[in-house]
Design a protein around this ligand. Structure first.
Ligand code: C5P
Length: 239
C-alpha cells in the first residue's frame, strides 16, 4: 500500500474552519483523517460531510464505551454518515462488540452502504504498565492485557484493533494477517516527550506490521506541517 493510504492525520483541533484549512493545505498528501472527541464535540456530523465533500476518508474516533444497546444505536448513526472506520472500547465486552458489528453489518446490507471498519481500542498508548497495575488494578502484564483484549475483538468479529507499536507483532502473531492494526503514539525522532508513553517512529511501527499509523501533534504542532509530512513519508518509505 502506498504511504498515503497508511497515514491517518488526527484532526485534534476544536474549530471546524481551522480543521478544514488544514485539510485543504494537505489536500495532495493526506487521504484519511481522524475526527476525535474534540473536533466532533465542537463541529458535529457537519465536519464529516465537509471531509467527504473533499473526497477524504474519515476515521471517527469516539471510542464508544457503553452498554450494548447504546453502542449499537450510536454505531448505526455513525455508519449512516458514510465513515470509513470507527472504534469501540474492547473493555466494553464481547456482547457489546458483537452486537455493534452485527447491527452495522445488517444496516449496511439493507441500505446498500459501505460497511465501516470497526476497530477495538485495547490499552491507550498514554497508559503505562504502572498505571494499569496501580490505578486500574490489572495484575497481569500490559502485553498480556493487550493480547487478551485483541482476542476479544477478534472473537467478536471486529475488523481490527488500535494498539501501540510495541504490541503490533504480538497481536499480528495472535490474530493473523487480515486483522487490521491501527497504531497511534507515533513520534518521529525530532519530537520532544509528552503524554504518550509507548511511542515508536513511523518506520518502526510499519516494520512491526502496523496497517495504519495515526499522527497528530508531530504534524499539526510542527512549524512547517507540510515539511513534517514530507519527512514522515520519507521515513515510511524506508520501512
Ligand atoms: O498527537 P498524537 O499523535 O499523540 O495524537 C494521537 C491521536 O490518537 C489522538 O487523537 C488520540 O486520541 C488517538 N489515540 C491514541 N491512543 C489510542 C487511541 C487513539 O493516542 N489508543
Amino acid at each position: 500500500m502506498p504511504w498515503r493510504e497508511k497515514l491517518i492525520i488526527a484532526l485534534d483541533v476544536s474549530e471546524s474552519d481551522y480543521a478544514l484549512k488544514l485539510v485543504d493545505k494537505f489536500r495532495d498528501q493526506i487521504e484519511i483523517y481522524k475526527v476525535g472527541l474534540e473536533l466532533y464535540t465542537s463541529a458535529g456530523p457537519r465536519i464529516i460531510e465537509e471531509l467527504h465533500k473533499r473526497n477524504k476518508k474519515v476515521f471517527l474516533d469516539l471510542k464508544f464505551h457503553d452498554i450494548p444497546n447504546t453502542v449499537l444505536k450510536a454505531a448505526i448513526v455513525a455508519a449512516r454518515l458514510g465513515i470509513y472506520m470507527f472504534n469501540v472500547h474492547t473493555s466494553g465486552g464481547v456482547e457489546m462488540m458483537k452486537k455493534c458489528r452485527d447491527s452495522v453489518t445488517e444496516l449496511c446490507l439493507k441500505e446498500n452502504l459501505q460497511r465501516p471498519k470497526i476497530i477495538g481500542v485495547t490499552v491507550l498508548t498514554s497508559l503505562s504498565q504502572q498505571v494499569l497495575k496501580d490505578e486500574l488494578g490489572i495484575q497481569h502484564g500490559l502485553r498480556t492485557h493487550v493480547r487478551h483484549l485483541s482476542s476479544l475483538a477478534f472473537n467478536a468479529g471486529l475488523d481490527g484493533v488500535v494498539a501501540s507499536g510495541h504490541e503490533v507483532s504480538l497481536i499480528r502473531n495472535h490474530c493473523g494477517k487480515g486483522f487490521i492494526i491501527v497504531t497511534p503514539g507515533i513520534r518521529p525522532s525530532w519530537t520532544p516527550p509528552d503524554d504518550q508513553h509507548r511511542t515508536m517512529t513511523p518506520k518502526q511501527a510499519l516494520r512491526e506490521g502496523a496497517d495504519y499509523i495515526v499522527m497528530g501533534r508531530a504534524i499539526l504542532a510542527h512549524s512547517d506541517p507540510l515539511k513534517a509530512i514530507e519527512l514522515i513519508s520519507l521515513d515510511m518509505l524506508t520501512a
